[in-house]
Design a protein around this ligand. Sequence first.
Ligand SMILES: [Zn+2]
Length: 422
Amino acid sequence: MNDPAERKIQSEIHGLNALRHIERICEFGDRFVGTEGDQKTLNYVRDHYEKLGLKIELTNIRVPTYEERSIELVLTDTGTELKAISPYFTEACPDGIEGELVYIGEGRENDYDGIAVGGKIVVLNEASTGWDWFWLGPFSKRAATHGAVGLIIIHPFPWPNRMSMEAGNFDIRHRFVDQQVPSVCISALDGLTVMHHIGQGKTNTYLKIDSEIHDVDSVILSGVIEGSQWPEERIALIGHRDSPIPPAANDNGSGIGCQLEMARVLSGFRPKRSVEFICSTAEEGSAPGAWHFVQAHKERLPKMNALINLDMLGTGGRLNLAEQGQWHDTEPIEFAPWLLEKLENVADELGYYVGRIVAETTSEETRFHEAGVPSAWLYKWDDYYYHSEHDTPEKIDPNSLKAVIDIVAIAIWRLANEEPGS
Ligand SMILES: [Zn+2]
């Protein structure tokens, strides 16, 4: 790397600055779209971009939000109370329901053969299948179709996890299933208690979910460094500021922290093309926020030469690029090979390594990819605290953040300055 600007960029980037941002953002509480925490994070990022002299652009969105107020799950034969977390967008039961538990294995269609679940609360065990049950919509619909009144999911880890009651479809019109039952997730440890109770015939259970789904307004913020030569062309970075469950340090405080540090350093330089930092919301779920953004800016997207998504980079093992992903209603999605290679080459030059993975479902970059923008997602998939209350700032490694910011900042700098057609 002989370019003095590149050397200067790399030397000015500090992972600890990104971590400090993450710590601040985690103090804002719940950041699900439309909450006070979402707004506070927006203000925090906007404030920084204004101070750095970035041009501010706002894209208004209106999307459904989910608020969990309280959950009660009690095995009433013994009075045992369990800690449960509802998947976002589950149906509520604010007056509580009572039912007998019935174990239904993995909850696939054939698991219901010969088992009477009418009026009962079905128990599904995620442990046997691992991670592929994030999108609970189809499982909940199946339980409803068979006449069950509630659903309990046993998570494979020792803490409950916030999943989604969406269908797992990429098509925004088919985001939700048309029929579901009130559902909660419990830890593997509480799952043992539940299974022990079922084994002893002590199956009476009380479940109360006080929660709400309604539409909210929010804003996707862009901070733009104007290009000196081809300002209408843009290289974009995106990160979502909304969270599944607080404090959400890694998902996605890490992406926002990296974005803020990168903006701080790059704002001291004048690239030939414009650089756009997108601080999005409503990624949680099937990325409806990014869908709205893409709809709102269709006419300028052909001049967005590349988009890089930073989502979950502060914990876990190897840093990865998603080279492929798939939703329930799509064929495998292949991300722009030239862009992945560009990022890999920069990493290699800087002495870092980026692997490749096939993601299960994908994140906001896919909304841009579908609109024709070459897109990439940097991601560490193996965050065992994912979507739990344990996703806290002290687990974030600032040296990991430094590596990510170095790689992406240099790649963006090159993309913003290279001659047309190179
Ligand atoms: Zn995320």
